[in-house]
Design a protein around this ligand. Structure first.
Ligand code: IPM
Ligand code: MN
Length: 358
């Protein structure tokens, strides 16, 4: 928390529908701060595809330093039809994760009332778990290269790196989180120890070591392929999952669709250290075809705001937002799909604001 107890939030709307959903997130953030009696200061940054096309740079010099002055960052979406894949992902999203050492990628997987899941017969009681994904290592570090590129003898390498420090801090945070969450008190390590006998052996040994410090938490293990089956068959089995960066990326899209899809799934890129800068985002992309039509679902972004508030130590404000979302999905919205909500983007934001007092 910054001085004077003002919550300072940097807002990056980004591309496509990003600015529209972020506007609703900021609306809810300001309304809940008023109700809870604390001050919020927001500042908008125009980073994204359009700026890149105009200036040739994704993040200008000094951007990281400037953003580090804020308590948190709210990011809409990146992805522009005229920008080659990878440029914005690496230059903006991954750059921020690495520069701010946001080593936790937190993905709550909660089916809100009234939200449709593709899993037959499963209810909000069944789909309520959290994935803690390591966010700074693995295949994401960009280590690798080509030999004889473009020839018949071409070789490509892409190296996964895992460090004791990197997996230990993530695993320890996950144990702490499981304890705080206080539900089944079960933490499942998801990896592939039967094949990745070096990297995931390090994860396995570290998990065993840290588990000894948490006798109240049940340590559990799934291979990643089996996890994908169980998550669909028995989502109620899970409480908290901790996993590597690459596997976490994959299983959180699976998990996201179980909770109703990209209109509702939110995530946090968290640096939990004192003074750390964390970033919160809806999981959906920039959905360019819906831009400017007031049809995109802002619920994921509003959920990201709830996560931001929780990380900023504003638990009662976060609880208010989640409760309001649940009332709106449960009693107002017809669907979570863009254009089928029964309301426009702005109206859904207004509805959440109206229900903050419930
Ligand atoms: C995510 C996204 C990113 C990732 C992409 C956009 C680089 O899929 O946050 O899950 O792979 O981490
Ligand atoms: Mn992903």
């Amino acid at each position: 928390m910054s001085s004077n107890d003002i919550l300072k939030v940097a807002v990056i709307g980004g591309d496509g529908t990003g600015p529209e959903v972020v506007a609703e997130g900021v609306k809810v953030l300001k309304a809940v701060a008023d109700l809870e009696g604390f001050a919020v200061e927001t500042r908008e940054f125009d980073y994204g595809g359009a700026r890149y096309l105009a200036t040739g740079e994704v993040l200008p010099k000094g951007a990281i330093q400037e953003l580090s002055q804020f308590d948190s960052i709210l990011l809409g979406a990146i992805g522009h039809p005229d920008v080659a894949p990878g440029i914005l992902e690496r230059g903006l999203l991954l750059q921020m994760r690495f520069a701010f050492d946001q080593y936790i990628n937190l993905r709550p997987v909660k089916l809100f009332p009234g939200v449709e899941t593709p899993l037959a017969g499963k209810t909000p009681e069944d789909i309520d778990f959290v994935v803690v994904r390591e966010n700074t290592e693995d295949l994401y570090t960009g280590i690798g290269g080509f030999l004889k590129k473009g020839t018949a003898d071409e070789v490509a390498t892409q190296t996964a790196i895992y460090t004791r420090k990197g997996c230990e801090r993530c695993i320890r945070w996950a144990f702490e989180y499981t304890r705080r969450r206080n539900r089944k008190k079960q933490l499942t390590l998801v990896a592939k120890t039967n094949v990745l006998t070096y990297g995931h052996d390090l994860w396995w040994r570290t998990f065993q070591d840290v588990a000894r410090e948490y006798p109240d938490i049940k340590p559990d293990y799934n291979h990643v392929d089996a996890c994908c089956m169980w998550m669909v068959k028995n989502p109620e089995y899970y409480d908290v999952i901790v996993t590597t960066n690459m596997f976490g990326d994959i299983i959180t899209d699976l998990a996201g669709i179980l909770q109703g899809g990209m209109g509702v799934a939110a995530g946090g890129n968290i640096n939990p250290e004192p003074g750390g800068t964390s970033m919160f985002e809806p999981m959906g992309g920039s959905a360019p075809k819906y831009t400017g039509q007031n049809v995109i679902n802002p619920i994921a972004t509003i959920s990201a705001v709830a996560m931001l508030l929780e990380q900023a130590g504003r638990q009662s404000a976060a609880d208010r937002v989640i409760k309001a979302i649940q009332l709106v999905t449960g009693t107002k919205m017809k669907s979570q799909a863009a254009g089928k909500m029964g309301y426009g983007t702005r109206e859904v934001g207004d509805l959440v604001v109206e229900h903050l007092n419930a």
